[in-house]
Design a protein. Structure first.
Length: 272
């Protein structure tokens, strides 16, 4: 199994631009633009790190973002405040992700980004947020997170994600722990999972591809199988792609079987 040091020891590619969507240092997006005149298909990318800024930020996705740029895709790699940062947790982490996604619609014409060919890709905790962004149209109107006419996102590729926050909070064997979920959803309010976890929002009405390493020690494999069953029962088109002999790091490491499979899904979704 690869380690994070195996990934971060590689030469780090550099984004083409960084755009701000708010005043905090984490309120930013890295834009990766391929060569050519466009218009470019777009990957809206969401990093993981157990929803904690101290564990990871958007730079963890630099290597796969560079790989996608070389393949001709623009990448909108968002950052957000984790639960361990002032203003993070509920509702800040979710509002940050939403604002970063909404900025894409504003800036797309300036950078010749083709939003008719848009896919969201999220890793680990970012897989949860990518699905949540695609499901914003399903949020209860009474939620502080609700906004009318959010950016439409379809499909979503989830790399070792945690879609079901209630299940995550009840699973001490998950690599993020359980206390972080309480900070993320705000357990001191009524129905804290209703507007934060994915199962209460089903059906999302979007294509979902789950890519999971069979030997992932951070995200229990049952998270994928259990969520697929829930989503399919609700009527969503969900496919689970199991990569053998694969852990968590391989999912965002170019050249691995896991990332090669994910790239194939992305390329196929964004093809003209």
């Amino acid at each position: 199994m690869l380690t994070w040091d195996d990934l971060t020891a590689r030469p780090r590619p550099v984004a083409d631009a960084t755009l701000a969507y708010g005043p905090d240092a984490m309120h930013c997006v890295d834009l990766w633009l391929p060569a050519g005149d466009g218009p470019f298909p777009v990957v809206l990318m969401v990093h993981g790190g157990c929803w904690q800024t101290s564990i990871a930020d958007r730079r963890l996705m630099d290597w796969v973002a560079g790989d996608l740029r070389a393949a001709g895709h623009a990448v909108w790699n968002i950052d957000y405040r984790g639960v361990d940062r002032a203003g993070g947790g509920y509702p800040g982490t979710f509002l940050d992700a939403a604002a970063a996604a909404d900025l894409l619609r504003i800036e797309a014409p300036s950078y010749k980004l083709d939003l008719s060919r848009l896919i969201a890709v999220g890793h680990s905790a970012g897989g949860h947020l990518a699905l949540w962004l695609a499901g914003r149209h399903r949020l209860p109107h009474t939620s502080p997170l609700y906004r009318s006419q959010p950016l439409p996102i379809d499909p979503v590729v989830v790399l070792g994600g945690l879609p079901d926050l209630a299940a995550t909070a009840a699973s001490p064997d998950n690599g993020c722990g359980t206390a972080v979920v309480e900070k993320l959803v705000g357990v001191d309010r009524p129905a804290p999972y209703a507007d934060t976890s994915i199962p209460p929002l089903l059906p999302l009405g979007v294509r979902q591809d789950l890519v999971n390493g069979r030997e992932d020690r951070i995200i229990p494999y049952r998270f994928a199988t259990d969520y697929r069953a829930l989503a399919q029962a609700a009527g969503d088109p969900v496919a689970l792609h199991t990569i053998p002999h694969t852990g968590h790091v391989e999912l965002v490491t170019p050249g691995t079987a896991a990332w090669t499979h994910a790239r194939t899904l992305i390329d196929r979704a964004l093809a003209p």
